[in-house]
Design a protein around this ligand. Structure first.
Ligand code: G4P
Length: 281
């Protein structure tokens, strides 16, 4: 499977970020805790030069705790402030508020010396499609102030959100980058649902996912779908179709439906907590 594209709206989104970066003190970058490296847009580092940086390990509830902690340590070592959060449940928000204050301590001191009091910290929230930006902002703001959606690319246009007297957030549309140096990155992004399913071959994606699961989490699929393991990932997909009664025209196996079901189960945490990218650095 080969991934390469650059839809117009992503170019527009990048331009919007370039134009607005000078307005903010801080960049809050959301990554997906299941793939903390592959879910980072490499353009962000260049764009955020000289800005305070916070990395949020979002969807930490879907990844294994030991790897969440290891990844926080990794990012801290690289000079970021890092926090694991579950935006859906709202956990980690207090820690995030503290970290925002900490990240902008120098700026606040500088302001104070120049006689500027109570200028709010302005932060830009960035992250790839579907990583949870809107959910995070809703959790922080305490009400449904931005539109959230289950399809990549729902957050559109420029949006400032005033959290309180101290912090203002600039929401940005999720952007991917034009080309993946490592095709595995594209695959991981497709697994977590950050690349539109319509442009993908679900069956191929599901068999690639099965291969990875068999190598990294042996036994999980067998237990979940009550099937007997096999060396052949397509055979496993068929077994899932059988076990879940995915059928077409009476009794033919609907492998495509089983593929969609499997990916949906993974994306929503129904296979348990799974970290696809482990911290070995
Ligand atoms: P985006 O703005 O970055 O594109 O992402 P958005 O907030 O729309 O979130 C995408 C999906 O991820 C939503 O699911 C949302 O609920 C889910 N999500 C966000 N943060 C977390 C988290 O920390 N943990 C978990 N488990 N899920 C999270 P959805 O299925 O599209 O919508 P919904 O049915 O949950 O409302």
């Amino acid at each position: 499977m080969y991934f390469q594209w650059y839809p117009g709206h992503m170019t527009k989104a990048k331009r919007m970020m370039q134009e607005n970066i000078k307005l903010v003190d801080l960049v809050i970058e959301l990554v997906d805790a299941r793939i903390p490296l592959s879910s980072r847009n490499p353009d962000i580092d260049g764009l955020s030069r000289n800005k305070a940086r916070v990395v949020l390990l979002n969807k930490s509830d879907l990844a294994q705790e030991r790897w969440n902690d290891a990844w926080c340590g990794y990012f801290e070592e690289k000079g970021f402030l890092a926090v694991k959060v579950n935006s859906k449940k709202g956990s980690g928000m207090k820690a995030l508020q503290n970290v925002i204050g900490e990240a902008c301590k120098e700026k606040t001191l500088r302001d104070r010396k120049r006689g500027i009091l109570n200028r709010p910290v302005r932060a830009m929230v960035v992250g790839i499609p579907n990583v949870g930006k809107s959910t995070l902002i809703n959790a922080l703001a305490g009400k449904a102030c931005t539109k959230t959606g289950n399809k990549p690319g729902v957050t559109k246009g420029k949006q400032w959100i005033r959290l309180n007297r101290q912090v203002e957030l600039l929401d940005t549309p999720g952007i991917l980058w034009p080309k993946f140096e490592d095709q595995r990155v594209g695959l991981y992004l497709a697994f977590i649902g950050s690349i539109k399913d319509e442009i993908l071959n679900t069956e191929e994606l599901a068999t690639a996912f099965i291969e990875l699961m068999c190598a990294e989490y042996p036994g999980v699929l067998d237990e979940k779908y009550k099937i007997n393991g096999s060396d052949d990932s397509y055979r496993i997909l068929e077994a899932i179709a059988e076990s879940r009664h995915c059928l077409v025209r009476g009794n033919e196996l609907d492998v495509d439906k089983a593929a969609a079901l499997l990916l949906d189960d993974f994306r929503n945490g129904r296979l348990g907590r799974i970290t696809l990218e482990k911290c070995e650095i």
